[in-house]
Design a protein around this ligand. Structure first.
Ligand code: SF4
Length: 578
């Protein structure tokens, strides 16, 4: 690749990587939107669940992966404010500034590039992430390099290193700032899953899928760890370093790589690993595994597309998704179903039936998103060819995040009506299935009852680990939530039955803990409800991390900002793929 750009300072170049600036959950001229907060669950899954909503942030894993795999002095600034970003530029002489964002953040990326030019005129600007798929991005942002797709190999080449060197995995937890029922949970080792990134992209290539499109689309993906052996070694390293026994796998369709998954299962069995895996999977792939294999792999939480029986998507062909969801839950596997509203054939008069069908899955969580053509996807190309995309003068890219309105003229749904359908879907799901935390406890209890006496100690131990709070904190949560449903007899009946089952399963401990923890949670929930009524929003804290090379360089300069040693540094040898 002789035409690949190279930085003249190679691996001695000082690099700053930054996500776009916040605050995020507010309406502003840079593209932040109150209804599009930096919280995955509250943004698009539990947003209508009030104080029951699961609130949590996730780091910018792509930037962390790049930082872990370049040996140039590198600083990562995640979730800065605008002032904090400016301060970083003013106080340091970076040679390269990398900025990552999604398309609705284009206004922020434009602003950040202008700031880099003003404060560090000699720095090269590199733009990555989904925003790179935006049409005419070269003309919109003043950047030197627009990098589509995988960034590790690109940066390594750019800095004069071998792009094919083994990938070092970042050592980090999957989420931070978790909050539910007015309680911010402590990010304690052992309680939070670690992040695991085996591959990126998905070869299934659904027409709307931005992630698949970003990494090459249909038929393409990039493996960071090709074999079960390599993955197992990485997981052992993460387990030891972060003291975790659960992994949140950031891989669009982890089980699709069957040979790797089954070898991982074999190694987990040989080495007695009772890990829990949280993963994304398409229904058809999931169905190709036996329940013994899924349980053996520790699959305990699945995010799965449920686009509807009549949808065109191959991932649902020859699958009875209702039966599949019920079967998974009956084995203690929590399911997050994802449904799309506004597919080509959806008509206003059919939306109540479509919503009812989605709600009837009774998943533990349910995501609803609008069918949205994002630049780079086949769906976008199709709308562009048809001339049905809305011009940006009519519809801001900041609003095309899938939780508000269509960015195109829908063939059947009049503009503006989709917003009501989204709201109806979330509200109906809550009304019929109750708060997600209640469903989750039900599924977990079902799994524990089924497997607590399993002959394989490895399996038993995993279910015991996962059930450790069922008879205490979770029993208290159900006790508190039950009191909110005094006026809703069907839901109150379901919660009474769940509480009774928890008391039967965990005995006196649960009977004593439930009212004590429940009264406390009633108070925290009440406070949360008042905060929400007063317009409170939740923002991630800023993370600032330097590699050892950056810290070494720092020690020779005046530095007023205290660096935080990166958890991603030095993740070598044991955690490296063979
Ligand atoms: S199966 Fe899921 S991850 Fe794969 S392309 Fe389709 S939507 Fe994307």
């Amino acid at each position: 690749m002789t035409d690949h750009p190279r930085h003249p300072k190679k691996h001695r170049a000082r690099v700053l990587l930054s996500s776009v600036f916040g605050p995020y959950a507010q309406d502003d001229s840079y593209g932040s939107r109150r209804i599009n907060p930096m919280e995955l669950y509250h943004n698009q899954v539990t947003r209508y669940q009030g104080a029951f909503s699961l609130r949590m942030f996730h780091r910018s894993f792509g930037l962390m992966l790049i930082q872990s795999n370049i040996d140039a002095p590198c600083t990562l600034l995640d979730f800065p404010s605008l002032d904090r970003f400016i301060e970083e530029l003013r106080k340091n002489r970076y040679d390269v500034v990398g900025i990552s964002g999604i398309i609705p953040n284009i206004g922020k990326v434009v602003k950040m590039c202008a700031l880099v030019r003003a404060h560090l005129p000699n720095a090269a600007i590199v733009i990555g992430g989904h925003v790179t798929n935006k049409e005419n991005i070269h003309r919109l942002v003043d950047a030197d390099h627009i990098v589509k797709g995988e960034g590790v190999a690109w940066f390594r080449r750019y800095l004069g290193r071998d792009p094919r060197a083994p990938v070092r995995h970042p050592m980090t937890y999957s989420g931070f700032g978790s909050r539910v029922m007015g309680m911010t949970l402590k990010d304690k080792p052992g309680d939070t899953a670690a992040i695991l990134i085996p591959s990126v992209g998905c070869p299934v290539g659904c027409n709307f899928c931005s992630t698949s499109a970003l990494f090459g689309g249909k038929g393409h993906f990039i493996d960071f760890y090709k074999t079960g052996d390599a993955l197992f070694e990485i997981m052992c390293g993460i387990e030891e370093r972060l003291k975790v026994n659960a992994f949140f796998i950031i891989d669009e369709n982890f089980l699709l790589h069957r040979k790797r998954a089954l070898r991982l299962l074999e190694l987990m069995q040989i080495n007695g690993k009772s890990w829990s895996l949280y993963l994304f999977s398409s229904a058809r792939v999931l169905q190709s595994y036996t329940m013994e294999q899924l349980i053996g792999l520790g699959v305990s939480w699945i995010w799965m597309g449920l686009e509807g029986k009549q949808s065109q998507y191959a991932k649902l062909k020859k699958v009875d998704p209702h039966a599949l969801v019920r079967r998974l839950q009956s084995h203690g596997i929590r399911v997050l179903g994802s449904s799309i509203l506004g597919l080509e054939d959806h008509r206003p008069e059919e939306m109540p039936r479509i919503i009812e069908e989605a709600v009837s899955y009774g998943t533990d969580f349910h995501q609803f998103m609008l069918y949205t053509p994002n630049a780079g996807t086949p769906l976008y190309a199709q709308h562009k060819a048809a001339g049905s995309l809305l011009d940006e003068s009519e519809f801001s890219p900041a609003d095309a995040h899938g939780q508000y309105r269509f960015n195109y003229r829908h063939p059947h749904i009049p503009a503006g009506m989709e917003e009501q359908f989204l709201q109806q879907a979330f509200e109906r799901d809550l009304a019929v299935n109750g708060p997600s935390i209640v469903r989750l406890v039900r599924t977990q209890l079902t799994g524990w009852l089924k497997y607590r006496r399993h002959p394989d100690r490895r399996i038993r131990r995993r279910f015991q680990q996962e059930a450790k709070s069922l008879g205490t904190t979770y029993a208290g949560a159900i006790w508190a939530i039950r009191r909110r449903y005094d006026q809703d007899s069907p839901m109150a009946g379901k919660m009474d039955a769940l509480l009774k089952d928890l008391y039967n399963a965990f005995g006196l401990k649960a009977r004593l803990c439930a009212p004590v923890a429940g009264r406390f949670l009633t108070i925290t929930m009440g406070r949360e409800e008042r905060r929400l009524a007063n317009g409170w929003t939740y923002e991630p804290k800023t993370h600032y991390e330097k590699t050892p090379a950056a810290m070494a360089m720092e020690s020779t300069n005046v530095q007023t900002l205290k660096p935080i040693a990166s958890k991603t540094a030095n993740n070598t040898c044991k955690a490296r793929a063979a």
